[in-house]
Design a binder for this molecule. Structure first.
Ligand code: NAP
Length: 266
């Protein structure tokens, strides 16, 4: 018996990286999973992988920064799989990198549109149904960048700080309902986004800061995508015992990794 049998999950940015691993983890626990991103062949592959393991899945092309598309996608998903019980707001972009006064204003706006407004749009699309049905969980994939300052990624850090606070604000709005929401800082995870940090140019990230990511890789301190995927499954499950609106950081609070493994294998 899986933790999510009979439930429907929607994972954004699920074509690769953390989103892909989360989609597979939720499906392995019985959820029917809608995988979305802007790259058709990547989401098709993930949906096919879920189906080949005996699960249910659909792949829907979506740019989360477009409210009309988000509304359309939510309707398509619910028609195909049923009411959405679990939303994983994982889609995210790193750019623009560089000193704040050298970044492209349009790219700054794009970062906020995807990392912050995109998450809001997906919440906005699913919450009326969740509140009406009296069930649902929303997990927002944020970042340690939300609470630390590092040179060269102001747009990313500001968008993720906004996402953490949006999560707390939503929890206050949800008071009196059984709907839960959390933010997750996954730590340093081996994905295309992490590789982009290691190969950033000098005008994007100071060499010492780029070296930090290379050193972390050489020291084996970059987690595989399975680590945040298990955390996402735990947060979405009834076994999660956090206060509503909480944020956890797997790098700064590694004790959660063991706790999550224990809770999931119980
Ligand atoms: N890797 C890390 O070390 C790390 C650390 C902290 C936080 N995070 C967060 O974890 C999340 C996943 O990152 P990742 O490392 O797995 O990165 P990734 O491999 O680059 O994956 C990002 C995913 O988001 C999708 N995406 C980007 N823009 C989108 C849009 N407008 N609409 C829909 N989908 C979109 C991408 O697909 P398309 O480009 O095809 O749309 C891709 O599927 C992000 O929110 C990131 O900020 C990652």
């Amino acid at each position: 018996m899986g933790l999510f049998n009979g439930q429907v999950a929607w994972v954004t940015g699920a074509g690769r990286g953390i989103g892909r691993a989360a989609a597979l983890a939720l499906a392995d626990q019985g959820a029917a999973v809608a995988v979305v991103s802007r790259t058709q062949n990547e989401i098709d592959r993930v949906a096919a992988e879920i189906i080949s393991r005996g699960g249910r899945s659909i792949a829907t092309i979506l740019d989360v920064s477009n409210w009309a598309m988000v509304e359309w996608a939510a309707t398509q998903i619910e028609q195909a799989l049923g009411p959405i019980d679990i939303l994983i707001n994982n889609a995210g972009v790193l750019d623009p990198l560089g000193k704040l006064w050298e970044t492209d204003p349009e790219e700054f706006g794009r970062s906020i549109d995807i990392n912050l407004s995109g998450a809001y749009y997906c919440m906005r699309a699913v919450l009326p149904g969740m509140v009406q049905r009296g069930r649902g969980v929303i997990v927002n994939i944020s970042s340690g960048a939300a609470t630390s300052t590092s040179p060269g990624w102001s747009a990313y850090a500001a968008s993720k700080a906004g996402l953490d606070h949006l999560t707390r604000c939503l929890a206050v709005d949800l008071k009196g309902t059984p709907i839960r929401t959390y933010a997750l800082h996954p730590g340093l995870i081996e994905t295309k986004m992490q590789a982009a940090l290691r190969s950033a140019t000098d005008d994007q990230l100071p060499p010492a800061w780029r070296q930090f990511f290379l050193d972390q890789q050489q020291a084996g301190k970059i987690f595989s995508t399975d680590v945040p995927a298990r955390a996402i499954a735990w947060l979405a499950s009834p076994r999660c015992d956090l206060d509503n609106g909480a944020t956890i950081d797997l790098r700064m609070q590694p004790e959660y990794i063991e706790k999550i493994d224990r809770a999931l294998s119980a």
